[in-house]
Design a protein around this ligand. Structure first.
Ligand code: ACO
Length: 377
């Protein structure tokens, strides 16, 4: 109980006793050499490389390796990994209606229990966990629809391997490439809530599986990783371009958040949304509502600019993640968990970076409760 306030003068217990930024907005909580999110200019760099160039010339395994090691090896190969027997037993025991994010979080936790994960975390651990989770999510999706899991094909790279284990067919190159682009843009994004969670867990010298388990739990919230699912729902409620203006104004007047818009850091157009819009528009199997999405986007941006002239609210990555994920044939209930698969590279790279310069993360808090007092008698 050494943390309890002892001397409770008005100054020490009042909310103004130390500057506080709700949501830690604007607070610098660490240093990283991994990702640079330039919210004002709409730039995203991984170890200095522009996201657009990485999407155009890289692959998810090459990007993951870049984040872990700092080395750019464009043809780096990373297949999906087999699911340990104990983990498969756990997955089979889950209720068939368990949500994919809950099941993936459980799978990563069970994977950790099936390893001896020594401190400090290593690149090999990061690679093994990143290669395990796509197999786990594919197995979760198949088991919940009454199908048997499929073993990894080591000749396929991670994203093609994931689609193969999900569907039973090797995807065509364009489909695998589109999902790979989504994985690249989702790989890393500075001190977002789930990455910060992973770093806090790592700072206690806990293991990499615990850090990623916590990160998945954080990403589950709709304000972080659940948005593409809600983008699909929102577009189906809009229905057609003629209704967009009225629907958007109504939604804002009701105080609703328009999914796929706004960002804590970006004040300019999210560069990941731009990269995914290009991918979505170039896709062979475009979902029918891609056209509707671009029309709704124009209306939303115009109305948000009118309603919030002082706070630029632009399209975020989730808006165009939805058509790409639909276009490659993923069912919407798998969207948040697929985003988690992509973020494994960033989470695990941050775990390595945190461990390399570790200091326990333990911020202060302003006490705003009652002053010291006697228990009622
Ligand atoms: N639709 C309508 N209004 C919005 C939106 C939105 N999407 N986003 C922010 N605003 C408004 C708020 O109502 C607020 O208005 P007020 O000042 O009149 O109350 C103002 O803009 C500022 O909003 P904040 O909540 O302070 O912005 P914050 O930085 O906390 O929120 C967030 C960022 C959570 C992403 C927010 O923009 C949002 O809820 N967006 C919708 C959900 C979404 O798309 N999430 C995915 C984010 S990307 C990712 O996580 C990978």
């Amino acid at each position: 109980m050494t943390d309890a306030p002892r001397d409770t003068t008005a100054n020490e217990t009042g909310p103004a006793s130390r500057p506080y930024s709700p949501g830690l907005e604007g607070v610098v909580a660490g240093e990283t050499a991994l990702g640079y999110v330039d919210g004002e200019r709409g730039r995203l760099l991984y170890r200095g490389y522009r996201i657009g160039d990485l999407v155009a010339h890289g692959s998810y395994p090459a990007v993951a390796n870049l984040l872990w090691t700092g080395d750019w090896i464009p043809d780096h190969h990373l297949p999906t990994a087999a699911i340990p027997r104990a983990v498969m037993t756990v997955l089979r025991a889950l209720p068939p209606d368990a949500k994919p994010m809950d099941a993936l979080r459980t799978a990563v936790s069970a994977w950790g229990a099936a390893q001896s994960l020594a401190w400090p975390p290593t690149v090999e651990q990061a690679r093994a966990l990143t290669a395990f989770s796509p197999s786990a999510l594919a197995a979760i999706a198949r088991l919940r629809s009454g199908k048997e899991p499929i073993d990894p094909d080591p000749s396929l790279d991670l994203v093609a391997g994931f689609l193969y284990q999900l569907t039973g067919s090797v995807p065509d190159a364009a489909t695998a490439r589109a999902l790979d682009a989504y994985f690249i843009v989702g790989a890393e994004h500075g001190f977002n809530a789930s990455t910060f969670t992973a770093r806090i867990i790592t700072s206690t010298r806990s293991d990499i599986a615990s850090a990623v388990t916590g990160a998945i739990g954080t990403m589950k919230g709709p304000l972080h990783g659940g948005a593409p699912l809600e983008v699909v729902d929102q577009l189906s409620r809009v229905g057609s371009a003629d209704h967009a203006e009225a629907w958007v104004r109504d939604a804002i007047d009701r105080g609703e958040r328009l999914m796929g818009f706004g960002h804590r850091v970006y004040r300019a157009y999210d560069p990941r949304a731009a990269a995914l819009r290009t991918v979505a528009e170039g896709m062979e199997h475009k979902p029918d509502w891609l056209k509707l999405a671009t029309e709704v986007e124009d209306v939303v941006l115009r109305v948000l600019a009118e309603k919030h002239p002082d706070r630029p609210l632009k399209t975020n990555v989730e808006f165009y993640a939805a058509p790409v994920l639909m276009g490659v044939g993923l069912s919407p209930d798998l969207f948040p968990a697929t985003f988690s698969l992509a973020r494994h590279a960033g989470w695990t790279a941050h775990v390595l970076e945190q461990a390399a310069t570790n200091r326990l993360i333990r911020p202060d808090v302003n006490y705003v409760g009652p002053p010291e007092r006697d228990l009622p008698t």
